[in-house]
Design a protein around this ligand. Structure first.
Ligand SMILES: Nc1ncnc2c1ncn2[C@@H]1O[C@H](COP(=O)(O)OP(=O)(O)OP(=O)(O)O)[C@@H](O)[C@H]1O
Ligand code: SF4
Ligand SMILES: [Mg+2]
Length: 289
């Protein structure tokens, strides 16, 4: 199980006199149980990839804490936990080293395991052995993504993060890769974190979904299409254009205040806390206070 508690991620830019801070993740608390498939959805710039980087320990976080199997991750044990994460990115071509043959890329992920593991995982992801002697650019997009998935599996991860892993593929390849991703985890050996813009994809693959907006988790839901608690989630599901209602900068209030048709007076001056509604549902909105 992996648990993030009140994670903030702040990027700093500029020199001593012109320092600017960008708080990209704000008070993010999420929990991923063993074998669970979690979706993370939200519009562009919401902080999904930043969250993936924090979850994979590729980026340090600024505040908060992360626990894996109830052990707090710290500077001493972080390398051990980093090796428990598999990552599959949006663009398979840029995620594979163009100068390395497929076999070498996979060997690099093997660590101490037997080379037979390469053939085993190539079988699982349906990569023909004849492709192993090729360079990434000599493979189709679907084949490249299968290699990226094999590489993630070979490293023997506890959980795998898929960041828009199917969105660069054509529709029929997309559904084949998605079915493959589901098949691989039939026995729930891995936890999945599936990051996507696509709510249908997220619903198809996920047991539970977190909705992220402006760096905040604003809702956690089991069935995003059946019921939406947060006004942002409602607009997202209904494919509504999110129109700014006024130009007021609203630094202290709710992150969605300038766009929210259901806003109240208190929303202008205070940011709501996450409220648990049921075991798999929570929401960050004053409408539920
Ligand atoms: N290194 C960085 N320095 C400063 N700001 C950054 C940095 N990386 C990301 N950001 C900002 O953080 C915010 C979230 O970016 P992120 O890439 O996590 O969004 P995203 O939800 O993955 O978007 P998309 O759906 O377009 O991939 C954006 O406003 C982005 O400009
Ligand atoms: S807290 Fe207020 S402004 Fe924010 S989403 Fe809820 S109703 Fe809208
Ligand atoms: Mg992203």
């Amino acid at each position: 199980m992996i648990e993030l508690k009140s994670i903030d991620k702040v990027y700093k830019k500029g020199g001593f006199f012109s320092r600017q801070e960008f708080r990209v993740l704000k008070d993010v608390s999420i929990k991923i149980n063993d074998g669970e498939h979690i979706g993370i959805v939200g519009s562009s710039g919401a902080g999904k990839t930043t969250l993936a980087k924090v979850l994979s320990f590729l980026e340090p976080y600024s505040n908060g804490s992360i626990y894996v199997d109830s052990v707090r991750v710290n500077k001493k044990n972080i390398i051990k936990y980093r090796s428990r994460v598999g990552m599959v990115f949006q663009d398979p071509l840029t995620s594979l080293d163009p100068r390395m043959k497929i076999i070498s890329t996979l060997k690099e992920a093997l660590k101490e395991k037997d080379i037979d593991a390469i053939y085993k995982y190539c079988d699982i992801v349906n990569i023909k052995q004849s492709l192993l002697a090729r360079y990434p650019k000599e493979l189709s997009g679907g084949e490249q993504q299968r290699v990226a998935i094999a590489r993630a599996l070979i490293s023997n991860p506890q959980y795998i993060i898929f960041d828009e892993a199917t969105s660069a593929l054509d529709v029929s390849t997309q559904s084949k890769i998605l079915n493959l991703i589901c098949d691989i985890n039939k026995d729930k050996a891995y936890s999945y974190i599936f990051i996507t813009h696509d709510l249908k994809l997220a619903s198809f693959i996920s047991d539970r979904i977190y909705v992220i907006y402006g760096g905040y988790i604003v809702e956690e839901t089991k069935n995003i299409h059946k019921e939406q608690l947060h006004p942002y989630t409602k607009m997202l599901v209904n494919n509504e254009e999110i129109v700014q209602l006024d130009d007021n900068k609203n630094k202290n209030g709710c992150v969605f205040y300038n766009f929210c048709k259901q806003r109240k007076k208190i929303c202008k001056t205070a940011m709501p806390y996450i409220k648990r509604i049921s075991y798999a549902e929570s929401v960050r909105c004053f409408l539920y206070d």
